[in-house]
Design a protein around this ligand. Structure first.
Ligand code: MG
Length: 277
């Protein structure tokens, strides 16, 4: 029997620049267009960062609003997920757009080293961000960058700051954080199933690990994430032409693993989200 797979497209991220790959969308209109192409290819969830004029990571709630409005208009039912990630943004800025009530937002449940910086998420900040998400009925995607973060998520559920069933993402392949190892993913999934029964999960492979992690997720019953945020290349030899091309790459092999791309309304049911706005 074939099972649905929610494909997340992380269209922009904080790091890739137009100079690295001209397909990286940075203005709200480019972002909506790129999301629409990915939606047509089979993505049902979009993960959104906004950028400042100089392409640095942005926090402007107006830009988040514009992207959300465009996605709702041109990609009916698609799940909108805002990033609350760091990269030079202050703690206060990182949650400033939650009042726009996207369907979901990312929530990293601990601090970790990135290649050249510390991704800081102090305990009090995590609790605050989780409370804000509860207040605005925004479902967190718990971002697991290191093993302890899984147990911190369990603690949030126990303390009533994270509603069950949780949705988590294992992020693999960032230097200094979790490596992209199949045995590690197997372990994380077994811990998740034991400690947070009923939780849904996905995994992101960063850089050259993107597609192998997609294949592990298809095989193991998880959901998938792709996009230029994590990887600007289609393969070792050429740049990806678009976010849609990376989505298509998953769609093309899903059947081999008895999976098919979830439609947006189906994805909303799987994640127990409210109906589309
Ligand atoms: Mg992100």
């Amino acid at each position: 029997m074939s099972r649905p797979c929610i494909i997340t497209v992380a269209i922009t991220g904080a790091v890739p620049k137009k100079e690295d790959n001209p397909a990286v969308p940075v203005t709200p209109s480019e972002q909506v267009e790129s999301t629409h192409e990915a939606y047509e290819a089979g993505a049902s969830l979009v993960h959104i960062h906004v950028r400042n004029e100089d392409q640095s990571p942005g926090s402007d709630p107006e830009k988040f609003r514009q992207v959300q409005e465009g996605v709702r208009k041109y990609c009916p039912g698609m799940i909108v997920q805002f990033s609350t990630g760091g990269r030079g943004r202050s703690l206060a800025e990182r949650g400033a757009m939650l009042s726009l009530r996207p369907d979901m937002a990312s929530l990293a449940t601990g601090s970790v080293n990135f290649p050249t910086s510390i991704y800081e998420n102090p305990p009090s900040f995590i609790d605050e961000l989780a409370s804000e998400m509860l207040k605005f009925d925004v479902k967190p995607e718990v971002e697991i960058f290191d093993v302890a973060m899984l147990y911190n998520a369990v603690s949030l559920v126990k303390r009533g700051l994270l509603a069950a069933p949780a949705h988590v993402q294992f992020v693999m392949g960032i230097p200094n954080a979790l490596p992209a190892r199949r045995q590690l993913l197997d372990f994380l999934i077994s811990e998740l199933e034991e400690l947070l029964p009923g939780a849904t999960w996905t995994a992101a492979g960063v850089g050259r690990h993107q597609f192998i992690v997609n294949q592990w997720c298809l095989e193991l019953g998880g959901h998938c994430r792709t996009g230029l945020e994590d990887n600007i290349k289609f393969d070792r030899y050429r740049l990806a032409q678009s976010n849609a091309e990376l989505v298509q790459k998953i769609v093309d092999i899903a059947g081999r693993h008895h999976r098919y791309p979830a439609a947006p309304d189906q994805a909303r049911k799987i994640l127990k989200l409210r109906n589309a706005a």
